[in-house]
Design a protein around this ligand. Structure first.
Ligand code: AMP
Ligand code: GLY
Length: 422
């Protein structure tokens, strides 16, 4: 079958790579793609925000499956628009996308179905005064979140009441435009984070190997939040018992709830967890694959990924498309120094990107005059696979050390938390 992948980052590069090695895939297109993706698929420039153009492309290129990487087109309704034209798409509906696009929707949904998460309250500009009164009654630290999509920046965790109140004012004043005109205030959860991807067909699902992201810019989880500085899989803290709780207490009620509300969930349900004392609770839902967890999880994937996503998209998930493996993977992000604030680009990238058990996904690169240049905050995701996480970490760093560009920055401790529980 022919497949169209929407997106341009490291996550989409990993999706294209595993699709291109799937038996059931014939030709893969990616819109718009990137220089790394171009080595595996035909990159095309469709206007991804014009769903008529996307559907037209699918119909004229015999596309049997559309796979959507980023959240924005999903939150804009790409899945409904494409599905209406009888094209199979692996992405959730506009209604279901609210699980990510509105934190208030997600929290209210979890409350409706008794899904474990932090205690919370929602306020908008008409209840701004009550928001301040509510915050004063809370224990520190306090978590304040903009309701809408804010590129991962709309969450403030503070130990200081004055800062909490100032944050509320900033949010209500439109720090993130419409996204922060509604605010969720929630209890701080202690614990270790992990991400689980469930591949869902509306009623059935299968989980992929659990992963852990590294959201902060600095070693030891210090400094600003980023889009993610590295990831590894599997995660020792996600024991079989915890995974079982996640299935029964979180994923199954979510799928049943979406079905009960008339919007069966088709696509990847990303469950962001906080695990404390053997108890998993939801930090956030995303309605897509995570970046950079996908680079690690799909590098360790064994099976026919194209068939898995196709059968999910048509509502007949074939779980035999996944072959169990005990492969570990570690992805180290090479970034431009200065990220997540200001940084420079256009530096030449040199060195070996790939070797036998290591593959480098492109996040922010471009080609100019035959040279590969940096073109973003997160530049490359160097991803190694091995029998153990320790070996995967060592191999990823060895490869990363051999790749050079001016202002290269990476964390030096990706994967180290996997050892804490050994
Ligand atoms: P979110 O965008 O909701 O995933 O939040 C971004 C990050 O903030 C999460 O990955 C957590 O590290 C942290 N975070 C969010 N909500 C909470 C919470 N209630 N308790 C503790 N940490 C949180
Ligand atoms: N890795 C977190 C995310 O994709 O949102």
């Amino acid at each position: 079958m022919n497949i169209l992948v929407i997106g341009s980052g490291g996550r989409e590069h990993a999706i294209v790579r595993v699709l291109s090695s799937s038996k059931s895939a014939t030709k893969i297109f990616c819109s718009p793609g990137n220089p790394g993706i171009a080595t595996l698929a035909e990159c095309v420039s469709i206007n991804n925000n014009n769903f008529n153009d996307v559907s037209e492309f699918c119909l004229s290129n015999d596309i049997s499956l559309v796979v959507v990487g980023p959240e924005q087109p999903i939150a804009n309704g790409i899945a409904d628009a494409v599905r209406e034209k009888q094209i199979n798409v692996f992405a959730p509906s506009l209604y279901a996308s609210q699980l990510e696009a509105s934190k208030a929707f997600a929290k209210n949904f979890m409350q409706r179905y008794n899904i474990p998460t932090a205690k919370y309250a929602v306020f908008d500009s008409t209840t701004e005064h009550q928001a301040e009164e509510y915050v004063i009654t809370m224990q520190l630290p306090i978590v304040i979140k903009a309701d809408g999509l804010a590129a991962g920046k709309g969450v403030v965790i503070t130990e200081n009441m004055d800062e909490a109140i100032a944050t509320l004012k900033e949010f209500f004043n439109g720090a993130f435009g419409e996204a922060s005109k509604k605010v969720v205030i929630e209890e701080f959860m202690q614990g270790e984070e992990a991400s689980i991807f469930a591949i869902c067909d509306g009623s059935n699902y299968i989980t992929l190997s659990p992963a852990q992201d590294h959201k902060r810019i600095g070693d030891g989880d210090t400094g600003k939040n980023t889009g993610g500085m590295g990831a590894y899989t599997p995660v020792p803290i996600v024991t079989d018992a915890i995974l079982q709780k996640v299935r029964i207490e979180i994923i199954e009620p979510t799928l049943a709830g979406m079905q009960a509300e008339g919007h069966p969930y088709i696509g990847c349900l990303y469950v962001g967890l906080m695990i404390d004392n053997g108890t998993p609770r939801v930090v956030e839902f995303n309605v897509r694959f995570g970046d950079p967890e996908t680079q690690a999880v799909l590098s360790a994937f064994n099976g026919d990924f194209a068939h898995l996503l196709y059968t999910a998209a048509i509502g007949q998930l074939d779980k035999t498309a996944v072959v169990n493996s005990n492969i570990a993977a570690c992805c180290v992000i090479l970034a431009s120094d200065g990220y997540p604030d200001k940084y420079k680009t256009d530096f030449e990238i040199t060195g070996e990107l790939n070797s036998e058990h290591c593959y480098t996904y492109h996040s922010g690169t471009k080609l100019a005059n035959g040279k590969l240049l940096t073109a973003g905050g997160r530049v490359l995701g160097v991803t190694a696979v091995a029998d153990t996480i320790e070996d995967a970490i060592a191999l990823a760093y060895k490869q990363a050390n051999g790749i050079s560009f001016d202002n290269k920055y990476c964390r030096s401790d990706i994967g180290q938390k996997s050892k804490k529980t050994h």
